[in-house]
Design a protein around this ligand. Structure first.
Ligand code: LFR
Length: 478
């Protein structure tokens, strides 16, 4: 039996989980959970990365002695270091407004179609490439000698060693998904200095040892290695999809819904670009072919606006509201920024000539119906664009706790949904560490172990997909 600490940082909370693994068993326990509260300062929205690091240290202390540590987090964001290795300011939040209008400038130099052909990445205003372009004139970037993506930054603080983990690097829009290496030509054309990034490392690579000061602070006995995992949380979550065959789609649910397929090669066609599908990199040479959907962010922001009512009651009331009265486009980047979410949803319904949801239960129902509809569209589009049919949809992540969302997704897709595990990112993180230490084999072996050991819930589709097609048509004719 080996024990692994999985540090998993999400947009609203971080956790340190301990996975205990043998070739036939897999158990996960929470050692420590802490809030991740972005802070708005006069310059914009920033991550409190020192607070997160403090949470990681506290979590490692609570975890107790482990055989290795792995770190995953959300994608695209980074910290800059000066020539002495000190952090230059707080990392900018991907929901910060600094990238507004930047993409158009980039496309003036490299047309969007060429960018997609070179990187396979969806258009999202927050891709690292646009963030770096937005920061081009900043003094901070001028002084920077190193750029570390968030998990790589925390790993550096724990070990003193620097690297750029590949699955997360693939979200920068500076990686070529065919060569799985930097897109040197593109970076040169956009004056982006790839020398800022330390060398690439891959899931399973050694990432250094906990520094003596970290051992002292956490009470651990060294040496304790840090292992590079699939450090993009979505890559870790997809690694933990408990699929038993090849014909599956997945939806990683949480702040975002990431819905799509696991493929052997990227899809770089013009149709794929128009549908805004992304080709991010995963374990064992795989591609995460998926679409970003706003996800439970829509509900989280409403709940915040309503003064944090109890979620269970809200979902029960929402289940009693008639289905599909009004839907919004849950893929619309207009919902990206924080604030005024109930009003923005009401405005979107009004603008498309649908009934305007009034009560929190009605707004919640509108959000869940809209998410299920966006899930349906992504699963259908992905199959068509990749020529890869599926028989089942796996839902992993926080949204598995939301039974109504899981059932609506099964109904909308007209396919069975298998929901679980909830802590998919942490499990994927643990399993890559276990793989690096020879306890489990490739991703198929990992999935087999998950399917045998994790509680899963199956939802059968009900009611036919006709009303979902009609709802989609309502949105399309806007
Ligand atoms: C999910 C996620 C998504 C990424 C978004 C922003 O937590 O990592 O995959 O598109 O956050 O980083």
């Amino acid at each position: 039996m080996k024990s692994y600490a999985a540090v998993d940082l999400g947009a609203s909370s971080g956790r340190v989980m301990v996975g205990r693994v043998t070739p036939d068993s897999l158990e996960l326990a929470e050692a420590h959970r802490f809030p991740n509260r972005p802070v708005r300062v006069p310059e914009g929205l920033r991550w409190d990365v020192l607070g997160l690091y403090a949470g990681v240290l506290e979590g490692l202390r609570a975890a107790g002695q482990v055989d290795s540590v792995g770190i995953d987090s959300w994608a695209v964001d980074y910290g800059l270091l000066d020539a002495d290795g000190a952090l230059l300011g707080n990392p900018v939040h991907y929901r910060d407004a600094r990238t507004e209008g930047v993409a158009e400038k980039v496309w003036g130099r490299v047309p969007a179609a060429e960018l997609y052909a070179a990187t396979g990445l969806q258009y999202a205003p927050f891709n690292t490439l646009y963030q770096l372009t937005a920061a081009r004139e900043s003094r901070q970037l001028a002084f920077a000698r190193r750029l570390l993506l968030v998990p790589d930054l925390l790993s550096y603080w724990l070990t003193g060693e620097q690297g750029t983990e590949l699955t997360n690097a693939s979200t920068t829009q500076l990686i070529d998904p065919r060569t799985r290496d930097w897109s040197y030509d593109l970076a040169a054309r956009l004056d982006i200095d790839l020398g800022l990034f330390p060398p690439l490392r891959r899931p399973g690579d050694a990432a250094g040892m906990l520094r003596a000061a970290v051992l002292e602070e956490t009470g651990l006995t060294g040496p304790v290695p840090v292992t590079a995992v699939a450090s993009h949380d979505t890559a870790s979550a997809v690694a933990a999809v408990p699929a038993t065959g090849e014909r599956f789609a997945y939806i990683c649910t949480g702040t975002w819904s990431l819905a799509g397929l696991e493929l052997d090669a990227p899809v770089l066609t013009e149709d794929s670009r128009a549908a805004n599908f992304t080709n991010e990199l995963g374990l064992d040479g795989t591609v995460r072919y998926l679409r970003n959907i706003m996800g439970l962010w829509l509900l989280q922001e409403c709940v915040r606006a309503w003064g944090d009512p109890e979620l269970g009651g809200l979902l029960r009331d929402a289940a009693a509201v008639p289905a599909l009265r009004s839907v919004v486009d849950a893929g619309d980047a207009a919902f990206l920024a924080p604030g005024r979410m109930p009003e923005r949803i009401a405005e979107a319904c009004r603008a498309s000539g649908q009934p305007v949801p009034g009560t929190p239960a009605e707004v919640t129902r509108c959000i869940l119906d809209s998410l299920a509809l966006a899930h349906r569209r992504a699963v259908e589009d992905a199959q068509r664009l990749a020529g890869h049919p599926v028989d089942v949809v796996h839902i992993v992540g926080g949204g598995t706790r939301n039974a109504l969302l899981c059932q609506l997704t099964a109904d909308a897709c007209g396919l069975p949904v298998v929901a679980g595990p909830t802590e998919a990112a942490a499990l994927g993180n643990v399993l890559v560490q276990a793989g690096a230490h020879g306890l489990v084999g490739d991703r198929h072996a990992m999935r087999g172990l998950l399917a045998r050991t994790q509680p899963l819930t199956r939802y059968e589709p009900q009611g036919g997909t006709g009303r979902w097609r009609d709802a989609q048509a309502r949105l399309a004719t806007r």
